[in-house]
Design a protein around this ligand. Structure first.
Ligand SMILES: CC(C)N1CCN(Cc2ccc(Cn3ccc4ccc(-c5n[nH]c(N)c5C#N)cc43)cc2)CC1
Length: 235
């Protein structure tokens, strides 16, 4: 999978792309993530200005259509060098987008190429939406300052679903929210067996796999009912 990220702040991704699971996936060639600084497509080089005030008045600034469309077209053309180009999934992060969830992550994970458009300020000129016709996604009903953290959220949720990225091929299948699994996970424990008077449930030390499975199923229902009873309505 190749992911191209269009952003005004590529450095925001520095730590994220060099750590842990994602870094290993990149090193192993399971995913290729390229960042593109939108300011490199600014017309006025010295100032590299890519934003301007909204026509009609109103607060804040908008990212201009010209550098954005030029940037995306250049990104997408570099794959067209004669080779059969996989369809490119353009995603624009916005508070107005459709809600991102595990089902959408699983769908996006089937894509060969993804372009993530990270806005800032008040967002993009409407013609970016009209011309590029990106899929508009929101990572939640709260307000961020830009699309970068949202993009990292999508990258994180999608890349872990790529075959080979997680150690155990099927480990994500038991995750909460994974396909078909609409319940929260049971409590988990590891060593030590006791800490500050808090003990590991005896059943987990029993070696009785049937009893352990029954306890975990019960705990899943208890936890889901307490925290996300809405998921039980869907199940
Ligand atoms: C009238 C006037 C006072 N209102 C002013 C606030 N406007 C809403 C507004 C608010 C903040 C931002 C900042 N921002 C810029 C690009 C960008 C991309 C994603 C997100 C984002 N936020 N929350 C999510 N789940 C997101 C996702 N995915 C936020 C972004 C952009 C836009 C609505 C208009």
């Amino acid at each position: 999978m190749r992911i191209d990220v269009v952003t005004l702040f590529p450095a925001i991704f520095d730590g994220y792309l060099t750590q842990s699971l994602l870094h290993k996936a990149i090193v192993r060639g399971l995913v290729d993530i390229q960042r593109h600084d939108l300011r490199q497509w600014a017309e006025n080089v010295p100032h590299r200005k890519v934003d301007d005030r909204p026509f009609g008045g109103g607060p804040g600034m908008l990212i201009q259509v010209e550098p954005t469309v030029s940037c995306v077209r250049e990104i997408e053309s570099d794959a067209a060098d004669g080779a059969e180009q996989a369809p490119i999934r353009r995603i624009l992060l916005t508070p107005q987008g459709k809600p991102f969830d595990q089902r959408l992550a699983e769908d996006i994970a089937t894509s060969e190429r993804i372009v993530l458009l990270c806005g800032r300020y008040e967002g993009f000129d409407q013609r970016v939406h009209d011309i590029l016709e990106p899929e508009e996604i929101s990572v939640g009903d709260f307000v961020l300052n830009g699309g970068e953290v949202a993009a990292m959220t999508i990258i994180d949720a999608v890349v872990r679903l790529i075959p080979g990225v997680l150690g155990d091929e099927n480990s994500h299948r038991d995750d909460s929210f994974s396909r078909g699994n609409r319940l929260l996970e049971f409590p988990q424990y590891t060593r030590p067996r006791e800490f500050e008077g808090h003990f590991v449930p005896e059943v987990l030390l029993s070696g009785d796999h049937a009893a352990i499975a029954a306890w975990r199923a019960e705990q899943t229902l208890i936890r889901t009912k307490a925290r996300r009873s809405d998921l039980l309505d869907e199940s």
